[in-house]
Design a protein around this ligand. Structure first.
Ligand code: OSB
Ligand code: MG
Length: 368
């Protein structure tokens, strides 16, 4: 597979409804897409960098510049026998995992299309129907949040995750539990707390949560290990797990009992699979996180979620929760059982709507 050229492209897509985390509110997304042109086959992927450096230091502008000036030039002209060989060609660039993941995953997509194989099989997946949960942002009122939870439970989703921050936490969780005592419930703090909040965080133990995701600093493992010793509730790490090495440290220090795998955060499918395998070996369940992706990133998340240690429902939900019109066909849909069945078709099984993408594009550049 020869990489002849790489196209980077930015789209503007308004969200149907705002999404708020402890680090801020998103109302519209700048979507960065990468296309790898490989001898007549195009592979597509989505870069999950956000509109600002808030989830991590990466954002659309750093990803764009890093892809254009360093990653794409390192790849153009390369002859690969498999997409997994691409990570080594980008390793001279430190960090910038979301930018790297977009290019690597575009090559996996190209490989799957070229080999006429389902992407999930190429990744080593075995699960034929993946379990879905939803992530629900901070709202303007409790009533709004409860209305959203009701809607998603009625749609069949298997797990509800709510975003929390100081001032939007104990009261909210307590009311949710009063109304829905039995549901699978978790929360995500996106680094909103500090070790000095220990007494406050201990109160989360009252709500029978499946997990609390990333309570402390986005780059921390050690302080999470101290916190985990003090809590009944399982900690799940998201932001801190930037590569397999971080997962190894977290497991050894017992900083978490669950790991969230986001393919963008860890730099691509190869590293995501490595983290999956490591966690499986140590009996740590993983689940697939989301970054408000369009159907392109969503389809890749589905493929990854077919690996056997994805034992908990992921933040992999239907396109229509976020988008009026998605850029893949068919859109991502979820069954009333809260699952997505995986099909035996080549690639991701979701075709790229190139005409619509053209219309939404605000800039594009091809590196040859
Ligand atoms: O921490 O999981 C997170 C969205 C943006 C940034 C960070 C996170 C999230 C989500 C959304 O929780 C999950 C989704 O895409 O549905
Ligand atoms: Mg998270």
């Amino acid at each position: 597979m020869k990489v002849e050229a790489v196209t980077i492209r930015e789209l503007r897509m308004p969200l149907k409804y705002f999404f708020e985390t402890s680090f801020g509110r998103t109302v519209s997304r700048r979507v960065l897409l990468v296309t790898a042109h490989c001898e007549g086959v195009d592979g597509w992927a989505e870069c999950v960098a956000g509109d600002g450096p808030f989830f991590s230091y990466e954002w659309v502008e750093t990803a764009w510049a890093t892809l254009r000036d360093f990653l794409a030039p390192a790849m153009v002209g390369a002859i690969l026998s498999a997409a997994k060989e691409s990570a080594a060609l980008m390793s001279r660039v430190r960090g910038h995992n979301m930018a790297k993941a977009a290019l690597e995953n575009a090559l996996w997509d190209a490989e799957a299309r070229q080999k006429q194989q389902p992407l999930w099989k190429l990744l080593g997946g075995t699960v034929r129907e993946i379990a879905c949960g939803v992530s629900i942002g901070i709202q303007d009122s409790h009533e709004q949040l409860f209305g959203k939870i009701e809607t998603e439970l009625n749609a069949g989703y298997q797990r509800i995750k709510v975003k929390v921050k100081p001032g939007w936490d104990l009261d909210v969780l307590s009311k949710i539990r009063q109304r829905w005592p039995k549901i699978l419930l978790s929360c995500d703090a996106n680094s909103a707390y500090r070790p000095s909040d220990l007494a406050h965080l201990r109160k989360f133990d009252d709500f029978d949560l499946l997990m609390i995701e990333q309570p402390l600093w986005d780059d921390d493992i050690y302080q999470h290990s101290r916190l985990q010793r003090e809590l009944k509730t399982s900690i799940c790490l998201d932001e801190s797990i930037r590569q397999a090495r971080a997962a190894e440290e977290a497991i050894e220090l017992r900083a978490c009992r669950i790991v969230n795998i986001k393919v963008g955060r860890v730099g691509g499918f190869s590293e995501a699979v490595a983290i999956h395998d490591l966690c499986q070996k140590h009996g740590i369940p993983v689940w697939c996180g989301g970054m408000l992706e369009t159907g392109i990133g969503r389809a890749h998340n589905i493929a990854l979620s077919t690996l056997p240690n994805f034992r908990l429902p992921g933040d992999v939900s239907a396109s229509k929760r976020y988008w009026a019109e998605d850029i893949v066909e068919p859109e991502i849909e979820v069954t009333p059982r809260g699952t997505i069945p995986v099909r035996d078709v080549a690639g991701t099984g979701h075709e790229i709507r190139t005409e619509l993408i053209q219309k939404l594009t605000v800039r594009a550049e091809t590196i040859r």
